[in-house]
Design a protein around this ligand. Sequence first.
Ligand code: SF4
Length: 915
Amino acid sequence: MRGLYRTLERGGIGVFESPTGTGKTLSVLCSALQWLEDHRRRMERGEGGAGGDPFAAGGANGGSAATRKDDDEPDWLRDYEKDKSARDFAERMKRRLERRRNARRAAAAVDAAFFAGQKHDERDDRGVRKKRARRAGAAPVKLGHDSDSDDDSHAPLQVIFCSRTHSQLTQVVGELNRTSFGGEDGTVNAVAVASRAQLCVNPEARAAAGASAARLNERCLELGKPKAKGERARKGGEGGGVGGRDGADGADKPRPAAGSGCPYLKKRHAAVADLADAALAAPMDIEDLAAAGTRHRACAYYAARKALPRADLVFAPYASLLHKETRESLGINLKGSVVVFDEAHNLVEAVHGAHGSVLTGKQCEAVHAMVTAYVDRFYTRLAVGNLRHLKTLGALARGFAAALGTDKGTGAKNSSNDSSNAAAAAIGEVKSLNDFLFQCGADNVNFFALRRYLRESKIAHKIAGYGEHDDAALGVGVVSDKQTSANHTSANDQAPRQPRVGSVHALAAFVSALASADADGRVLVERGGEFGGRLKFVLLDAAARFKQIVDDARAVVLVGGTLAPIPELAAQLFPDAVPEEDGTFEGANDEKSSAVQHGKIPRTLTTLSCGHVVPRDALLPLAVARGPSGRALDYSFGSRSAPEAIDELGRLLANACRVAPGGVVVFFPSFAYADDVYDRWVKTGVNSEIARHKAIFREPRAAAKVEKVLRDFATSVRNGEERRRAAVAAHSGVSENGSVGSSGVPAGRTGAVMLCVCGGKLSEGINFKDELGRLVVMVGLPYANPEEPELKARMRHLDLSDRKVGSAAEPTAGGKSRGRAYYEALCMRAVNQSVGRAIRHVGDYAAIVFVDGRYAPPGAETGRMPPLGVSSQLPEWIQERLVIPRGYGEVQSGLVRFFRAHAEKERAGASSGGG
Ligand code: SF4
């Protein structure tokens, strides 16, 4: 991890690829924390270099003034100050440990009272808090809905550790707690931040919000509003709103009144502060923090925000960090921080997703109806400016609906009411913002002003709150929040239906996206479908938005098991970065560092791809160009559906299943193709041949069914393995399949085969370790449809951009355009993710068969040789072992030898008592 340490010390960008099972996450985390500790000590001792620390949170020049002063000081004074700094540092560490111990004791007392069923008296909290504050000579901490001021000294520099999901972060917190940095005796102050949706502990607010995160935010803020305003709103609808008079605030809903204060925050500030201390004292994951909030009867969301400035280490999901407004709303400050993105293989898509926004035709209809009703009801009480904004909002909703052909008033075909259209595939068309807005008649709308109005007036919530009471009168059905999802194609994947409050928030988010759009924004218009079509704001280029993070942070580190092809990943996210070997920037220079902070000098890029920890003979990757009958294997889109191609694949898989023990995992390029192949195999009897050796399972399209199928697959594999192991123990010989003794082959199956899809649920995050994945078969290359409108627009935009591929790293082979390079990288990342499901730890072993001539280009059939073409975009630990057999015979014999060798090892281990 020297490369990582160097990157953090110097500042810049690091991309580190290391296969699963190598302990990369913990290594990166511990290296970053060790660096943080070292760095702080150095800063305390005034060893920040000639220019001080140019990246400290105080800004590019934050550390330099003090250090410049050193130049004029005599040596003895400098030494004295250094010693004093060291003593101060030690003293602060002592105080911090004491505070951590106290916080843990206090939290344990609350927990004990909770589990004993006693009610914790909040007056006790206040008394203790005041006493502590008096002892420390500080004023009691004040906390409010919109104020997170903290009297503690802020951490001057933080490590912000991001992963895609909360469950991944939970794992990392668990691992941290097993190191000397984490746990109860650890030295690191860590906190996990998340949205109210994860951390709100007020059951009434949650119930009122349903499943809408936006509504929960609004509900929480509404509870925190000054009481007088809330009461006025309830009585006459005159409170709130920009300009003052609008705001019929939900009228007579049976819920806690606005301004009444949340019982988990109001008068519970001491408990919230204690919870913040407890969170810092022993790293907690999101679930633990929320559970502690419930026990302490203290808001976990505000406790996390309160703890945030004092944390050395912040855990945050991608969604909380990638969008500027979201991270600002959570109080995350990237200035001078170290930001680590774990599992970064999909980071480009995550940036696109974080800035995208979806609005359906039905939502447009609902908003138009609600705004109209709201204006009619409160017309006489609305200020002129607010009335104008509301009318604009209504007109926009109508214009958007018209663009989708769902506006009843336009006389256009209403596809949402046409059942024959409901099942039809949506037709997509990508438009520039100008064209789209012109078509909607909205080209003269000031989206910046409208966005500000929506934000400041909270009008979305007011309209929705009013509209909820009037559904029947408006004649608009209930709208599901799920409609805003980009992936709502599966009929089995429906979310519970929610109040249509989501519609107003969806429109507000869409307006916000339009207002923030640059030249790299487009609108995808999809007409038809069950939700009356949809509009999607599409961000074409992730680099411009990611640049804000790169510019603010001291260092940005991407970590993953399968980041290849790394040059393309770098080109998508930081095209201006300079590869380390070519870099001229060495840091520790005021002028240059300041320029870097302002994005004028490219950041240095360090890349590293580590080998696997497994022995060389634990992995056998084969690139297969010809099938059992000698037929050339071509699974490109135009050729793969030929019956001969499917039959050849069937023969190859049946042979492989005969010799592979345990689980075989096959990845197809798409669900549609997997269905075609399966149907043909059933017809031709290939299925029966495979089923003689392995039970067949298929990845379900519906996410809800995946877990059961996986469970059944694992049971089937383990049953087969038990039989195989029993046979190995009972017989001395090992058959060609390495699975049973030569004189006691058990009749029946030796495991199971799972037919999955690249990019499906089973291709990411699922662990096919040990016997669950002894053989992985990759069929073809999962290129996306280049005619898909969003992809086409993105490729075109990248092609037209003036950045060259390879400006951030090695030029792409063949000098392909940036759009083409992006397209290929999408495919290869899907391949690399899929094949990375096997070999999950140091004792694991597996074979990988790449079935397509494109993995083994002509002339390459000479055994081991440097990978060419797409093979050169596989992870290095696969590339360096890749075998390209001369013919199919070598494929089958290679597999036989590989599995036999491991079976013999296993038998030798068993007979020597080693298991
Ligand atoms: S203050 Fe906290 S607990 Fe109360 S509603 Fe807001 S997020 Fe929920």
